[in-house]
Ligand binder design. Structure first.
Ligand code: ADP
Length: 424
C-alpha cells in the first residue's frame, strides 16, 4: 500500500486546509500530526504531515521537514508538496526558502515553483506581486503580523532574500497560455540557472493549468490552491481512480459531546443556540484557579445525561468576561487552565462512551488532540466550509473517534446541532 502525493505543511491548520482541498479534488487524504513513527494507514492517496515549523528556527524547520520527507518517501509517495500560507508568512531568513531548497537537495532536483495563490480567498499573484483582495500583501495588514510581518508584496524579491538559488518568474502572459507554455517557461528558467520560480495566478483555471504543468516536478511548493491541479495528473496517468470516494470515513457509533473553548463571535452564537435546547455545563477559569475540581464535576454531570442526548461543555464567554478573567489571571495562564481542563474532560468523555465529538477553538483543538493521543486524522466531508468531519488515527489499536475540529469563526449558528446529521 503506497500513497501518491506526500505533503509537508508548516502549520496544523494549514495542513487541514490542504488536506480538505485534496479530498475535494478526489484524493483519500490523511493528516498526520508531526513526523510519524508508525506505518502509512491503508487506503490513502495523499498524506499531509503537519509540522509547527512556520516560525521555528531555520535549522529546526529544515531538519523536521527533511525528517517528514524521509517518512513520505518510505511511504512510497511519488511527488512531494511543501505547503505554506497563502500570504507567504515568513521572515527575512525563512523558513520558506531554506526548507524548499533543503527538500530540493534531498530530492536531487534543480527546479521547483513557489505559488501561494488562492483566488477563492482573494490571494492572487500578478507580475510576481501577491495581492490580498484588492491590495498588495504589504498593505493588507500583514505588515503588522506579530511573528511574520510581510512588508514587500514582490515575492521574487522576498524569496530571493531567503534562498541561495536564483529566483525567476512565470508571469501571467505565460500562465494564461496554458500548461504547455508554462512547462516551456519552466525549462527556459531552469536553463538560465533559476532554481525556483514564483508563478502568477488569478483564477482556479490558472491553478489547474499550473498544476498540469507540474506533472514532472518531484517537488511543488505553494499554498493549498496549487494542490488542486495535481490529482488530475495522477488520474491522467492511471494512478488515481476516477470514481474513488475520497471522503468516506469508517462508521463510528458512540455518544455525542461538544467541547468549546473558543470565545470567537461565531462560537458564542453556536454555544447559545445549543444551550437553548441541550444540557450544558460551563467552565469558569476563576473557579479552576481556586482549585475546584471542575473536571470531575463536569464528568459527573455528563454521565447522568449523555446517554439521552448530546451534551455541551464550554468555557466560551463574552469579551467582557474574558477580559476580566485575563486581567486577574493573565492571558496565558487563563488560556492554559481552560485548555487543560477541557482536554481532561474530553478524555473523560471518551471513557464515558463518547464516539462522536465536536471541538471549537484552534488552541483548544490542539490541546484535546494531544490529550486523546491522536496521531492523525482521516479527512471526511465538510460540515461547513473548512470544517470537515474526521476520523482519528491512533497507533495503539484504539477505535477511531469521529472528531470535528472547528476554528473560532467558522461554522453556521446551528453548527453544533446540524453536524451530527452529516455523520449519517
Ligand atoms: P479560537 O479558535 O476561537 O481562537 P482558541 O481555542 O484557539 O479559539 O483560543 C481560545 C483561548 O481562550 C484558549 O486558550 C482558551 O483556553 C481560552 N479561553 C476560553 N474560555 C476562556 C475564558 N472564559 N476566559 C479566559 N480564557 C478563555
Amino acid at each position: 500500500m503506497t500513497a501518491l502525493l506526500g505533503c509537508i505543511a508548516d502549520d496544523f491548520t494549514g495542513g487541514t486546509d490542504l488536506a480538505g482541498a485534496l479530498v475535494k479534488a478526489g484524493m483519500r487524504t490523511v493528516q498526520l500530526i508531526g513526523v510519524p513513527d508508525g506505518p502509512l494507514p491503508a487506503d490513502v492517496d495523499a498524506v499531509v504531515i503537519a509540522l509547527k515549523s512556520r516560525t521555528s528556527p531555520v535549522e529546526d524547520a529544515v531538519a523536521e521537514s527533511l525528517a517528514a520527507l524521509r517518512w513520505l518517501r518510505q511511504a512510497g509517495c511519488r511527488q512531494f508538496y511543501f505547503k505554506y500560507c497563502s500570504t507567504f508568512d515568513s521572515t527575512p531568513r525563512g523558513n520558506i526558502g531554506p526548507v524548499a531548497e533543503a527538500l530540493m537537495q534531498a530530492l536531487d532536483t534543480d527546479f521547483t515553483i513557489a505559488c501561494p495563490a488562492l483566488p477563492a480567498n482573494g490571494r492572487t499573484l500578478y507580475k510576481g506581486h501577491l495581492f490580498v483582495g484588492d491590495v498588495p500583501l504589504s498593505e493588507s495588514g500583514m505588515c503588522n503580523h506579530p511573528l511574520t510581518p510581510m512588508t514587500d508584496a514582490n515575492l521574487v524579491r522576498v524569496l530571493q532574500r531567503q534562498a541561495q538559488r536564483k529566483i525567476g518568474l512565470v508571469d501571467y502572459a505565460t500562465v494564461s497560455r496554458g500548461d504547455a507554455a508554462i512547462r516551456e517557461c519552466f525549462d527556459a528558467l531552469r536553463q538560465q540557472g533559476h532554481g525556483l520560480a514564483i508563478v502568477d495566478a488569478l483564477s482556479n483555471a490558472d491553478l489547474d493549468a499550473i498544476g498540469a504543468a507540474c506533472v514532472d516536478l518531484p517537488l511543488v511548493t505553494g499554498g493549498s490552491g496549487i494542490a488542486l491541479g495535481l490529482p488530475q495528473n495522477f488520474r491522467r496517468s492511471g494512478l488515481l481512480a476516477e470514481n474513488v470516494v475520497a471522503d468516506a470515513l469508517p462508521k463510528t457509533g458512540g455518544l455525542r459531546a461538544v467541547i468549546s473553548g473558543s470565545c470567537s463571535v461565531a462560537t458564542q452564537q453556536q454555544v447559545q443556540v445549543m444551550r437553548a435546547s441541550f444540557p450544558s455545563f460551563g467552565i469558569d477559569p476563576l473557579r479552576l484557579e481556586r482549585g475546584e475540581d471542575l473536571v470531575a464535576a463536569a464528568l459527573d454531570w455528563a454521565s447522568a445525561r449523555i446517554a439521552q442526548q448530546p451534551v455541551l461543555i464550554y468555557a466560551t464567554a463574552t469579551p467582557d468576561t474574558v477580559r476580566e478573567v485575563q486581567a486577574e489571571l493573565g492571558v496565558a495562564h487563563a488560556g492554559e487552565l481552560v485548555e487543560n481542563a477541557l482536554a481532561e474532560i474530553a478524555s473523560g468523555l471518551i471513557r464515558l462512551g463518547v464516539g462522536q465529538m465536536l471541538v471549537a477553538g484552534g488552541e483548544t483543538s490542539g490541546a484535546v488532540v494531544k490529550a486523546l493521543g491522536v496521531k492523525g486524522l482521516r479527512i471526511g466531508s465538510e460540515i461547513d466550509p473548512s470544517v470537515p468531519w474526521t476520523s482519528t488515527l491512533h497507533d495503539d489499536g484504539r477505535q477511531p473517534l469521529a472528531l470535528a475540529l472547528k476554528s473560532g469563526n467558522f461554522g453556521s449558528e446551528d453548527f453544533f446541532l446540524k453536524a451530527w446529521e452529516k455523520l449519517q
